[in-house]
Design a protein around this ligand. Structure first.
Ligand code: ADP
Ligand code: MG
Length: 704
């Protein structure tokens, strides 16, 4: 590929503000901007003009179709393509048409998307509604360009059937509460606060030919069998290591494709495990960051294919190797670009920063299970708490300096020599809060990293909409509580100080700066009363805790019905995923592993017979020993396979009882799969390589 000029390429397929300014009349543009920036209603004639401009722009670049692009609850993106084709009134020739109505609203048949009972199948209609806050773009593939219009997806009754609608609602909620806080600090003009987000995406790349030979990878995205090779990541030689040419070519094509559609891909590097890599974008408004992360995942898969590779986004593709996650960097920003989690330089900024900081601390401590649940999925269960990713216990890392400042505020003792003077707000802390940016802790699930929080538990394959919806809502709620109190204050400075002291006293148990991988932390967290929820099934319950329902309803993010629907969908999805894994595993054993082991046993037996037949006084002890081991292994494997078969049958008979089904899946099915795997992996380590019917871990992770 030849070199490219980033500035020319970036956003060339985006119906951006610049394009709109160029192609819309001044009045139309202003009205649309008011809708985008201030949430004002969009009039029909503006929609009509925008649709026309969008169509012309798309067609000039060669697009023939448009699609309402949305994010149903299956966690993927969905699209249904319509052409711009229409027929003239007399039906004799083709004209092109794209009305304002078609831009604003679509009606895809929604009966095949999960709805958790929200949309009875007799009312299969779902509606997609244009989200003008995320720009339309042209999606490119070998067949050409398609105009993609980001949309929200809801039912006839307005219930959200997607991930975007609640995210947008949560952004509204936190914005409203954050503005209340800004008013208290004398900001009379800011009337909107946005959430900024940068999602660092981890992934694996493996050779496509190898992948094809592994039904487990093809059907489930992870290996269900596989003995660990002698060398994986012990030498720490892959992290930040030199990029292999094939990987580098993939990354280059990916960057280019992302830049064209306006995704600000910034950093790329090798990750800890062999064949593991990471891409980090520059942060954006959370809604756009979420759309962009979905497209990034999609393009990673598509472009890997161009290079005869497969991109694995699963949280744990290989047992014994680091899995993949997504670091969700999160902050709050004003329209002027002021980061509200930046400690700031003046006393007023400092005090305001402390309020936002304490709001996050109390939010996380009030809802640890909910934030944990937002990162849960079947794949992440193998990663969280396994000493490679954050523990399953939610805590916040603040770093020593910031923690010391909070301790000072709590105790009311001022160490002027150490931390400077008293703020004119009455809060005793540094006028210029010093933050050591090198203060790093990689083991914390939720870390303050200088001017943002980094939620490190998020599942690599999942949409970031869920975690951000939770985060926005619970912080909105704590900001609301704070604003309620401060707005009533007679002496603002005194009340502010008292409030911070109260929050720190009540919630400091959630702050932990130590090693999150240590066994001591589990005991310590228990003493502190912090929940340690180590599996998805238990964690999903947090979505329907009364306090969760209350906070979501209060801020109009989810209704109780919407929450219960999501709980049901998540539980069902968990059982389905594991169910498919169990069946795939059983088939692989029946059709590949057991026959191969038998062939090998047969060859060893033949060897013994043949050697003995020579009549020479040969020693066949080694071969007999091997035969015993292999036969014994096959017998043991066979026994557990029977168990697995029964468990699979049982799992199929839970009917509508999705809770019992998920519990059984976690407690029995997964346990038995583990037993089966143990025997199969032991066999792999003694059966000759030429007999082993599927690529091994070494074949896979060193395949590119
Ligand atoms: P690291 O995590 O390795 O320290 P950086 O601090 O450079 O890396 O940033 C990691 C991610 O955080 C990037 O995607 C970056 O865009 C994002 N980020 C930086 N500042 C903010 C912010 N204010 N809000 C949200 N995300 C941010
Ligand atoms: Mg990071």
């Amino acid at each position: 590929m030849s070199s490219c000029n980033i500035q020319d390429v970036f956003g060339c397929y985006v119906f951006s503000e610049e394009v709109m300014r160029e192609r819309l009349s001044k009045e139309t543009f202003t009205e649309l901007k008011n809708t985008i920036d201030k949430g004002m209603p969009l009039s029909a004639h503006v929609a009509e003009a925008v649709a026309e401009a969008m169509k012309n722009w798309a067609m000039e670049q060669g697009a023939t179709h448009y699609t309402h692009w949305f994010q149903p609850l299956n966690g993927y993106t969905a699209e249904k393509h319509d052409s711009f084709l229409s027929l003239s009134k007399d039906g004799t020739h083709a004209i092109t048409e794209f009305s304002g109505k078609s831009l604003i609203k679509g009606e895809p048949d929604a009966s095949s998307f999960p709805s958790g009972g929200l949309r009875a199948t007799f009312e299969a209609r779902g509606y997609t509604a244009w989200d003008c806050t995320s720009p339309a773009f042209l999606k490119e593939d070998s067949s050409g360009l398609t105009l993609c219009i980001p949309t929200a997806f809801c039912s006839y009754n307005g219930e959200a059937l997607d991930k975007k609608t609640p995210l947008l609602r949560s952004v509204e909620a936190i914005s409203a509460q954050a503005v209340r806080i800004l008013r208290l600090f004398g900001d009379e003009t800011t009337n909107r606060v946005s959430v900024s987000c940068g999602a660092e995406q981890e992934y694996f790349l493996i050779d496509k030919k190898m992948w094809k030979k592994r039904p487990d990878l093809v059907f489930t995205g992870r290996t269900l069998l596989g003995a660990k090779p002698p060398k994986t990541q012990e030498m720490d030689d892959h992290y930040f290591g030199t990029l292999k040419e094939r990987v580098s070519a993939f990354m280059k094509e990916l960057d280019l494709a992302l830049w064209k559609i306006g995704v600000p891909a910034k950093t790329k590097h090798n990750e800890a495990a062999p064949a593991q890599h990471e891409l980090a974008p520059i942060f954006e408004t959370v809604n756009i960051a979420c759309d962009h992360n979905q497209i990034t995942m999609e393009l990673m898969k598509k472009i890997a294919d161009h290079h005869d590779m497969v991109c694995l986004l699963h949280e744990k593709p290989f047992a014994g190797l680091n899995g993949s996650g997504k670091h969700n960097n999160w902050s709050l920003t004003t329209p002027d670009g002021v980061n509200l989690l930046n400690p700031g330089k003046t006393p007023r900024e400092n005090a305001q920063f402390l309020v936002f900081l304490c709001a996050v601390i109390s939010a996380i401590d009030d809802h640890p299970a909910l934030i944990r649940a937002s990162a849960a999925n079947a794949g992440n269960d193998y990663r969280l708490g396994a000493l490679e990713a954050p523990p399953a216990i939610i805590s916040i890392f603040l770093g020593d300096e910031l923690t010391a400042i909070l301790e000072e505020i709590e105790s009311g003792e001022e160490h002027h020599d150490h931390f400077g003077g008293v703020l004119d707000t009455g809060v005793s802390a540094l006028p210029n809060l010093p933050l050591d940016s090198t203060d790093r802790n990689r083991t914390s699930p939720f870390a303050f990293t200088g001017n943002k929080f980094e939620f490190r538990m998020v599942a690599s394959s999942a949409s970031i909409a869920g975690p951000n919806t939770v985060l926005n809502t619970i912080v909105a709620d704590s900001l609301c509580t704070i604003a309620d109190r401060l707005e009533q204050a007679k002496d603002f400075n005194k009340e502010l100080n008292a409030l911070l002291v109260d929050i720190i006293k009540k919630h400091k148990r959630i702050i932990f700066n130590g090693n999150g991988y240590g066994a001591e932390w589990i005991a310590e967290a228990k003493r502190r009363g912090l929940p340690n929820i180590n599996n998805s099934v238990d964690s999903y319950r947090a979505f329907i805790y009364p306090e969760s329902i209350a906070v979501f309803e209060k801020h109009h993010v989810y209704s109780e019905t919407e929450l219960r629907a999501r709980y049901e969908i998540k539980m069902e999805k968990y059982s389905k995923i594991v169910g498919i894994e169990a069946q795939t595993l059983l088939q692989m054993l029946h059709r590949f592993i057991v026959p191969a082991c038998m062939r090998f046993a047969d060859s060893v037996a033949q060897c013994i017979v043949n050697v003995k037949a020579t009549g020479l006084s040969c020693d066949t002890l080694a071969a007999e020993d091997l035969l015993r081991k292999v036969s014994g292994g096959i017998a043991a494997l066979h026994k557990t396979m029977k168990k697995l078969e029964k468990a699979i049958q049982k799992a199929e008979n839970f009917g509508d009882d999705y809770i019992a089904h998920a519990n059984f899946t976690r407690d029995s099915l997964i346990t038995i799969m583990g037993e089966v795997r143990k025997y199969a992996d032991e066999l792999e380590s003694i059966v000759a390589k030429e007999y082993w019917p599927i690529p091994t871990y070494s074949d896979l992770i060193y395949s590119v």
